[in-house]
Write a protein that binds this ligand. Structure first.
Ligand SMILES: Cc1ncc(C[n+]2csc(CCOP(=O)(O)OP(=O)(O)O)c2C)c(N)n1
Length: 374
């Protein structure tokens, strides 16, 4: 797929669940669209004239009308029931996705570099720089981003990540920088909170020699934390990270968009490190950026001794940037709204794709990215 992308100069978007199939450093990786998503993917679709839809189910595409502006739709799928399910197909290929992509890559001629390719690559780089800037901040309150920085720098080359449901799902597709040897799993279609611990337990039982992480919000962790004792009982050295913000962040953000106030989305803090200790695991509380590296170093040393570990990261309540409702483009939004958006999400450096397209002489589609909260 990477070879085909480079040959035809078409960037690659993934569904969230599939982002571990690619190296995070692949220069044309847009990420995923909608809400568990990245900015470059959400901006690319309204401007894309052709989509090759490969081995995909992708129900969210229908709900948000993601392919509204797409003129040519090519689908490759081995399951006939999936063909034409999400969009009208102009070309349909029934077959194994890998085989079809390999054959197509041989058949197509190398295309010279295009403005579309350059604009998307620049947009991806701009987004990656933004993400990295947040992760490597050294001042201010501890945010989830700096916790991911420690996870990335402490993760082994073939680590497995079990991800709970909430902001942690959205932020993992943005801030876990994976390679295809690593693996992430979550509850994708049903989005069942509490999946983090059981996923990590089974991962460690199935792959005892690989490093296993459970990443969960405090809401999701509260639902299943008793099974930390199961990790200890079966001597499973799993690194459990709890992103504690005393709120159902993912739902609170939805309520910000749709309600005139908040209801039922805030709850009291819990000392998860003490609970971990009470269950025989090693427990750490992380409260500052300064301490992040040493806490992770200590946790990884425990893991090396075969201990089960929990790090309770007391993060700020900052909302991660809503890329499903971007407010960056002067042709679409007023300046005051753009300034407020940039300030709130520390997004001064973010450039809309439309700017990169204009610079390449391509007339962009000025359509607000508003994917309705999905
Ligand atoms: C079992 C279950 N109950 C409710 C939901 C709806 N839901 C999705 S995300 C979410 C909030 C997650 O909160 P938390 O784990 O604290 O993570 P945060 O979003 O704050 O990072 C809720 C209630 C769900 N997906 N699964």
């Amino acid at each position: 797929m990477v070879d085909l992308s480079r040959k035809i100069k078409a960037p690659v978007a993934v569904t969230g669940i599939n982002f571990d199939a690619f190296d995070a450093n692949f220069e044309a990786l847009l990420g995923s669209a909608n809400r568990v998503a990245t900015k470059p993917a959400n901006e690319a679709f309204p401007n894309a004239d052709t989509v090759v839809f490969v081995g995909n189910n992708y129900p969210f595409a229908e709900v948000t009308n993601l392919f509204e502006n797409v003129k040519n739709f090519i689908q490759i799928d081995i399951n006939p029931a999936n063909l034409g399910k999400r969009n009208h197909n102009d070309v349909t290929i029934l077959g194994d996705a890998g085989d079809a992509i390999r054959e197509l890559t041989k058949l197509v001629k190398e295309k010279p570099e295009t403005g579309w390719w350059r604009a998307n690559l620049a947009n991806i780089k701009n987004w990656n720089d933004y993400v990295y800037k947040l992760e490597t901040k050294t001042e201010g309150d501890l945010q989830l981003y700096q916790v991911y920085h420690q996870i990335n720098t402490h993760a082994e080359d073939d680590a497995i990540f079990s991800i709970d449901v909430g902001d942690v799902t959205q932020t993992s597709v943005r801030h876990l920088h994976l390679n295809p040897k690593q693996m992430w799993r979550t509850s994708n279609l049903f989005a069942t909170m509490g999946i983090g611990i059981p996923g990590a337990l089974t991962a460690k039982l199935d792959f005892p020699d690989r490093q296993v992480w459970n990443l969960a919000g405090d809401g999701g962790f509260n639902m299943v934390m008793q099974d930390l004792a199961t990790e200890v009982q079966y001597k499973l050295p799993i690194i459990n990270i709890v992103f504690s913000n005393n709120q159902f962040g993912f739902i609170k953000d939805e309520q910000e968009e749709t309600n005139s106030g908040y209801i039922g989305v805030e709850f009291m803090g819990v000392d998860f490190a003490k609970i971990a200790q009470g269950m025989g695991a090693k427990g750490y509380t992380l409260t500052s950026i300064d301490d992040a590296k040493s806490v992770f170093d200590a946790a990884l040393a425990d893991i090396a001794k075969g201990e089960t570990v929990l790090i309770d990261a007391k993060i700020s309540g900052d909302r991660p940037i809503p890329v499903e409702a971007l407010i960056l483009d002067e042709k679409i939004h007023d300046q005051a709204a753009i300034t407020a958006y940039r300030e709130r999400y520390e997004a001064e450096s973010l450039v809309p794709l439309t700017d990169y397209l204009k610079a390449e002489g391509i007339e962009p589609e000025y359509k607000a990215v508003d994917l309705g909260g999905f």
